[in-house]
Design a protein around this ligand. Structure first.
Ligand SMILES: [Zn+2]
Length: 343
């Protein structure tokens, strides 16, 4: 069985647990692992400063800061492509369990950057029998049978288990997936890695897929990208210098994709990821606002995910200097005990 994972990951993150009480209430600055891939890129900015000229990085995986923490059921990644990924398919829960894996793998993508003409492949142009699919894998004609489509920054795509898919060159993608690395390859663009013909045939829905995803606006700040039984994927967009509570009852991953913020006592910017569970984070957006992607388990929407904090709470809550409306010349130092205004 294949796994696109390997052990050659390089640590590029800093472990920073803001608050971690008895493994229950949890907010962590996630740990980033960079994975070299034959189809990766060298310059990862602004997502990461890591640079290894002879080892292109294809993926950054975000992990719980505490290596002994219980495994999450979702995995958040960034993908960087300089060549297409293999044409591949992932198993659903039932097949995955039949081969000893804890769960299947459905995934969703959010396009962060796309060179002109960048494409992804999703499903086939027409239905194939198992025998036709076998021949298409053996001869490589599967390359002409998948349905390629153009993508642009801001597009979101849901890829349910069983969907034959690929990601073309020139893309930076945020991916949320069920945590399972079972990937069955059907075609590898001449890279000589192993193919997994029979397992791919066993799990593939060998035909066109109708999985149009159109984002829907939940509130002024929340946009639903996609929701399914395994996870919910949202984009949040906070105006400059505003204060919010992010309520994470479930396992929740939060990737900053633009702007800056202070979350708890930590300053975060593009490429930072927070992991949260059964906890609430105070977010103070920076001077250009904050755009983030939030993924959480459960399938149904979390109605209280994001709530604006009252100005009174803002003044009383912050451990650091926070701009106070109405005092443009003043610097405020707020603590839980008192508020001092320094002219
Ligand atoms: Zn995949």
């Amino acid at each position: 069985m294949a796994a696109d994972a390997d052990d050659s990951s390089a640590d590029v993150g800093i472990i920073f647990a803001i608050e971690h009480e008895a493994g229950f209430l949890t907010i962590e600055h996630a740990h980033a692992h960079a994975l070299p891939k034959p189809w990766g890129i060298v310059d990862l900015r602004p997502w990461s400063k890591i640079r290894q000229e002879d080892h292109p990085i294809g993926e950054i995986w975000y992990e719980r800061a505490d290596a002994n923490a219980s495994n999450s059921s979702l995995l958040l990644k960034l993908l960087f492509t300089n060549q297409p990924l293999s044409i591949q398919v992932h198993p659903g829960d039932a097949y995955a369990r039949s081969i000893g894996l804890p769960r299947g793998k459905s995934e969703a993508w959010y396009i962060l950057r796309a060179a002109p003409e960048s494409k992804i492949a999703l499903g086939l142009k027409g239905p194939l029998t198992s025998q036709q699919l076998r021949e298409a894998i053996d001869t490589g004609s599967i390359l002409d049978l998948v349905r390629w489509q153009s993508v642009s920054p801001g597009d979101s795509i849901f890829v349910p288990a069983g969907t034959i898919h690929s990601i073309g060159a020139g893309l930076v993608i945020a991916e949320i997936q069920q945590r399972n690395d079972a990937t069955f390859r059907l075609f590898d663009f001449g890279r000589q890695r192993e193919l997994h013909r029979e397992r791919a045939i066993a799990v593939a829905a060998a035909g066109p897929v109708g999985i149009a995803v159109s984002p829907s606006q939940l509130t002024e700040q929340r946009t639903l990208l996609t929701a399914n039984e395994h996870f919910v994927f949202e984009k949040i967009d906070l105006p400059p210098n505003t204060a919010w509570n992010l309520e994470a009852e479930r396992e929740t991953w939060f990737l900053i994709v633009d702007g800056t913020a202070r979350i708890g006592s930590l300053d975060v910017t593009i490429g930072d990821v927070m992991f949260m569970q059964a906890d609430r984070a105070d977010i103070q957006s920076g001077s250009i606002g904050l755009v983030g992607l939030v993924a959480y388990t459960g399938g149904d929407l979390a109605p209280q995910l994001l709530e604006r904090r009252e100005q009174r709470d803002l003044i009383n809550a912050g451990p650091q200097g926070i701009p106070v409306a109405g005092f443009p010349q003043a610097k405020a130092i707020a603590t839980n005990e008192s508020l001092d205004i320094i002219k």
